[in-house]
Design a protein. Structure first.
Length: 329
């Protein structure tokens, strides 16, 4: 009996949502047509949102961010910039940036495409914002090892599987830890045939999805236990401003940072990324402007996805450090 009632509720919620969002009827008209109160119609419409029957996506008009996108392209030589409107809620902000990346993938991926996938919340959010793609024979390959402490959502293996499900493709796991104790152990892991095979495939990718990290005591690297707050503070003092894909620490000029944290992560390097045609860097948090600027100055990023606030801050920072940006003293 309860199951029949639940099924009836789902059917009613679906009908109400269809009338409201597809046919454009008002809640009052819907209530009269279905013989229910307007209050109940509104309540079921809200429940349809909560239970995932309705998924509303608000897209900004291209003119809103076109000017700043063109300035980022001109200033840094990237192929494209995807700039999302700011939002006070960090999760909504992340979803807005990720939605632009998901649309970019929808336009550019095709049968046979290989996508190298990094880790983190911003990269993970892309998979949540891919909708109605149909069958495509794409391959999503882990570009960095995994970490138990990261949890499923942020791990590249889980992100690859979710993207493969959305695009109807396949995924490949990198069977290695993301972080090891020292560079010597990392180099030994690179000699493993299984690790080498997956990384070689990731190096042949058409597209790479990577996050850009900031150097704060509250960063994912600290929460996962990779590095201590003291190590992060010392790295900042030495000029490190961020990282690309969870490693490859960089300074504000896009040069490798001088920090003991360097060289311990198993995955693609900046040199590997430089040979991938479309490296998509995703960073929604407004604390990451300096890290994004450093990443842009490496010259390996082809597509930048970020927020309006970050975009403006990046441009101001670049103007404030023109000599450093060109390598002059």
């Amino acid at each position: 009996m309860n199951e029949r009632v639940e099924n009836a509720d789902i059917a009613l919620m679906t009908e109400i949502a269809t009338l409201y969002y597809v046919e454009g009827e008002t809640q009052e008209v819907i209530a009269n047509r279905l013989g229910i109160s307007r209050v109940k119609a509104g309540r079921l419409l809200k429940r349809a949102h909560a239970e995932g029957i309705v998924d509303v996506r608000v897209r900004q008009h291209p003119s809103v961010s076109a000017e700043i996108e063109q300035e980022l392209i001109r200033r840094f030589g990237v192929k494209r910039a995807l700039v999302a409107l700011d939002h006070a809620d960090p999760d909504v902000q992340r979803s807005g940036v990720a939605s632009l990346v998901a649309d970019h993938l929808s336009r550019t991926l095709h049968d046979g495409s290989i996508v190298a996938v990094g880790m983190g919340r911003n990269v993970g959010a892309v998979a949540d914002n891919v909708f109605d793609q149909g069958e495509r024979k794409c391959s999503f390959v882990c570009a960095i090892g995994g970490s138990l402490r990261a949890g499923e959502y942020m791990n590249p293996d889980h992100i690859c599987r979710r993207l493969a499900m959305k695009f109807g493709g396949d995924s490949e796991t990198l069977y290695a830890p993301a972080l090891v104790q020292n560079p010597e152990l990392r180099d030994a892991m690179y000699e493993n045939s299984t690790v080498r095979q997956t990384l070689d495939r990731a190096r042949r990718a058409d597209t790479a999805l990577i996050g850009v990290g900031d150097l704060s005591e509250d960063s994912n690297m600290v929460r996962m236990g990779w590095f201590s707050p003291q190590e992060i503070a010392e790295a900042r003092l030495s000029g490190t401003v961020g990282d690309m894909m969870g490693y490859d620490f960089i300074d504000l000029h896009g040069q490798p940072a001088r920090t003991p944290m360097q060289g311990r992560v198993i995955g693609l390097t900046i040199g590997d990324l430089a040979r991938i045609p479309d490296v998509v860097a995703i960073a929604s948090e407004n604390t990451k402007a300096a890290g994004i600027l450093g990443a842009l100055r490496t010259g390996v990023i082809d597509t930048l996805a970020t927020s309006v606030t970050n975009a403006h801050t990046i441009l101001r920072l670049d103007e404030a450090t023109p000599a450093a940006a060109t390598g002059e003293s």
